[in-house]
Design a protein around this ligand. Sequence first.
Ligand SMILES: [Zn+2]
Length: 334
Amino acid sequence: MKKAVLLLSLVCLLGCYAGSVKPLLDRPEFKAENEPIRTLKVLLITDDSYRKDEIEKFVSKCSALVEMQVGIRLEIVDWIRIKWEDELDDIIKMEIRVAGDTWSKRDEFDIALTFIYFVHNIAGGKLPLGAIDTFFWRYLFVRELDPYILLHELFHAFSLDRGHSRDWVMKGARPPYGSEWYWLTPEDRKEVLRNKWRDFNLMPATGQGEEKRLEESWFYYKIGSAYLQKREFDQAISFLNKSLETNPKYAAAYETRGVVYSRREQYDQAIADFNKALEINPSFAEAYFSRGRAYYFKKEYDKSREDIKKAQDIGYKVPAEFLDDLHKALGKNK
Ligand SMILES: [Zn+2]
């Protein structure tokens, strides 16, 4: 019985092996298909989880493996050091942070490659060992210096929404055995070659339409919100503008932009945004509260009270301190 299982797995392994591009590497037609070479501009990001020379060596090893298969070469064009706030281990937050931090340089690189020892709560923290954003497909995270991981995430960037349907390098989890798993299947290679020249500043044209547009808008909204928290108001507004350009019916983005205007003491603009948010979503408790606050700072205390009451009626917990201030102001006004 044991022998049969062993034999079976051997056959399977050999079968799979024949399915990878590795045996084709030396064929002239295979090499010809890889031409011309695309040099991918890589922005490296590190938080000192790994040493610079370790990373450089690793990237150059991966570059050789990728170039052999699809004619794409990795060239490091810049380095950034990152100090995490509360983003670490939350992959979405990490993506938003990196996208926001590197936005002003976005024309200078194709992919942003972050080497970072993070723990993700999938499979008890064992997976994933790498990650890539699903918006631009250009923000990559690598947790271990194993070429399988970088190759896997990089090929995602050229296979877009094809997921993990194939064997070899596009398999979701790292298999327990070695370097055989650095290779694409011929079919996956075709897909990578098809997208080889994609523009990383554009969201790939996969799954276009309503859902993709909402996702894109959400991504900008999250970056804008992160800048608001950091009190970088100009940046916050520019991302919230983008979010609203992409989805003009995004109540939360109006509300957040209103909050930014409030922080800048531009209360009329703030109120216009809160109005917009409430027009779209009349039961948006937080928008009533935010508008009530803006009226308070404009010293329009009756309007403020009205909004605060609406917020409370919908179930919003208005901070006691603010209620105190409002009541005092209303009392003085009488
Ligand atoms: Zn994957």
